[in-house]
Ligand binder design. Structure first.
Ligand code: OOG
Ligand code: MG
Length: 260
């Protein structure tokens, strides 16, 4: 029998990613995996990625909207790491063959101008640390079969992180009413879902505050220059070669993504 440890779980998940081979949830084999240990696995994953030359460029929140929570059947938000190797320039195609079973979701993205460190961060304080706001698309690619997982599983798997695209239009936060900022999510030109920024925790600034406060418990502060993906505004869509998705926002512009 395998002795499950943080190191072993990290190895298993990194192998799944590298070989594009999805697997059963870790908790099927390691039922005692709790949330704290799952975050330790996530930390070990990113430690290995950075040892391998990747650079942390920010964090993401996941499961911040009802649409995502209902789909994944998990009602608790989470955080995970973003690295430079996940960044896809806007306009570049997504090569689906590099991933397992990618899905795409529209997100509001922050770039921090100031360090943000919890606890006690409010949405107002969080927004004051934001230098620019962008439209984004996140490409998620769970290392688990059919995106079937519990909260500790998905935390250990770095929240299904795979790629992200940041749009070309930068806005200052004070120019926008982000709760009311609208998003049309289209697939092959057809609107499949709509939302406003309020979909994530009532306001994306609340999501950012949540990230700062929960990361503080693990001794992490959000650093100037970091990106923060605030979480899928709508359910994600499965993409295949030939699929064209886009997030169209009222003031943040459009982020298109063509899959090959
Ligand atoms: C987990 C990642 C969730 C989001 O924005 O809610 C996420 C998943 O759905 O596989 O990235
Ligand atoms: Mg996401």
């Amino acid at each position: 029998m395998t002795e499950w440890t943080v190191e072993h779980a990290a190895t298993v998940l990194l192998d799944a990613e590298r070989h594009r081979a999805d697997r059963g949830p870790v908790t099927d084999e390691w039922p005692s995996l709790d949330l704290e240990t799952a975050y330790a696995v996530q930390q070990e994953l990113v430690r290995r990625k950075t040892a391998d030359g990747e650079t942390v460029v920010g964090v993401k929140l996941g499961l911040t909207s009802r649409a995502k929570q209902q789909r994944m059947n998990i009602d608790s938000p989470l955080t995970a790491w973003l690295t430079d190797r996940m960044a896809l320039p806007v306009g570049a195609p997504l090569d689906v063959s590099t991933l397992i079973h990618p899905r795409v979701e529209p997100e509001i993205v922050f770039v921090l101008g100031q360090r943000l460190s919890g606890p006690g961060v409010t949405a107002a304080k969080a927004m004051a640390a934001v230098s620019h706001v962008y439209a984004g698309l996140e490409v998620i690619d769970s290392r688990y079969n059919d995106f079937r997982f519990t909260l500790p599983d998905v935390v250990a798997d770095n929240a299904s992180s795979a790629r992200f695209v940041v749009g070309g239009t930068a806005r200052r936060p004070e120019e926008l009413d982000l709760g009311l900022e609208a998003c049309l999510f289209t697939v092959d030109g057809t609107v499949v879902a709509t939302a406003t920024g309020a979909a994530v925790q009532g306001h994306p600034g609340e999501a950012l505050a949540l990230a700062a406060n929960t990361l503080a418990r693990r001794g992490v502060a959000l650093e100037p220059g970091w990106l923060v993906l605030t979480g899928g505004l709508t359910d994600a869509v499965t993409v295949r070669p030939g699929t064209r998705v886009a997030a169209e926002f009222t003031h943040l512009g459009e982020v298109p993504l063509s899959c090959v």
